[in-house]
Design a protein around this ligand. Sequence first.
Ligand code: FE2
Length: 139
Amino acid sequence: MEKPQLFLMDDPLARVNVMSYSDGEGLGWHFDRSEFTTTLLIQSPLAGGEFEYRTDLRSDDDPNLDGVARLLAGDDPEQKALRLSPGTLNIFKGKNTLHGVSPTQGERNRLIAVFSYYERPGVMFNDDERLGFYGRTVA
Ligand SMILES: [Fe+2]
């Protein structure tokens, strides 16, 4: 990442989360607000639950809406999917790489820890952001 130092976010709700996907659940295509995200897969589902992505689909200067439309129509040969194994540490730049998680299948949940690091210490969400991401404002 070529970062001199990273700091875990100070926000008690946002610094570390474990997301659980049960049968049929996934995460829709999206770009992240943060420059990069760090995840650790704890448990994989029986099937599905793949990490799908399309590297550098847009840039800071070009939203590439036509390219986004092509991918959403299933017509982008650069789209890739990874089936992560438990213990996989994944650091990815999601700001301009469209990504999501395909629906899981089966009785074993997909469990993934998400760590929020920043280049400066003391980063906190405001109440609107906490409400938007977590549906509450206190830990
Ligand atoms: Fe994301």
